[in-house]
Write a protein that binds this ligand. Sequence first.
Ligand code: NAP
Length: 261
Amino acid sequence: MAPCDESARYPDRAPRLLLLGGTSEARALSERLARETGVEAIVSLAGRTRAPLACALPTRIGGFGGVEGLRRYLVESRIDRVIDATHPFAERISANAREACALLSLPLAVLAREPWRPESGDRWIEVADMAGAVAALGRSPRRVFLTVGRLSVPAFRAAPQHHYLIRSIEPPPPEELPPSCELILARGPFSRDDEMRLMREKTIDALVTKNSGGPLTYAKIEAARALSLETIVVLPPSASSETSLQSLQAALDFACAKRPA
Ligand code: NAP
């Protein structure tokens, strides 16, 4: 793609984008923005992981302070468009971005991720939230592979009869762990064969996952299917109505688009 040459049409300044990140898609987009366009862009991370992967664009880290903090940041940093490339389960920041952009009449687009769909051979139980996932595990003790993210682990203390194999990038605080558990610290992607090996070795009989969509963490779903394991899938929050970008190319086009007069 040719670099955007907004500066020729808008001599005052090039487009200035805020990219709300924390996902592999945001990282891929930031690499392409840096390599292929002249857009000035800033990536924003929540700061959940202590050692985030390196990013190709200038990065700010930490919350903005709600809608008002984000609105102020957008004005002070002279941002003229926002791409929300956060995780599908990161509901609060997406709602804040929607509200702050609406207040300032700024264009906002969401980099969409297709949720996973059950296929033949899958033994899915779909639930609305973590409490639903806990209930779906039932009363009898089971060996559960928990891949729901560090912040969702405490919900499973409500079902201490199960043994949990917990995988997360960083460890949850010890007081938030269920009593019987083993912790694996790892960052994807993982292969189907490795996932199958792990599930067999740990004699797992149920997988619990968010329906995060996308290819990066799908291998566990394939592995559970191959092993005919019950898979408890927490449904994503319902999609909102703002512009949805279906590909990195669409996101680049949005980032480079001519500013309204
Ligand atoms: P959340 O519940 O929607 O956000 C909670 C608060 O964290 C927001 O109100 C905001 O604080 C701050 N925040 C979130 N994302 C931010 C960003 N990109 N830049 C600056 N501040 C941000 O989000 P979450 O579920 O805790 O997820 C946090 C981050 O981890 C997201 O960026 C997301 O992409 C990534 N992530 C989440 C999941 C998941 O399963 N939820 C999985 C993988 C990655 P203020 O109100 O102070 O601005």
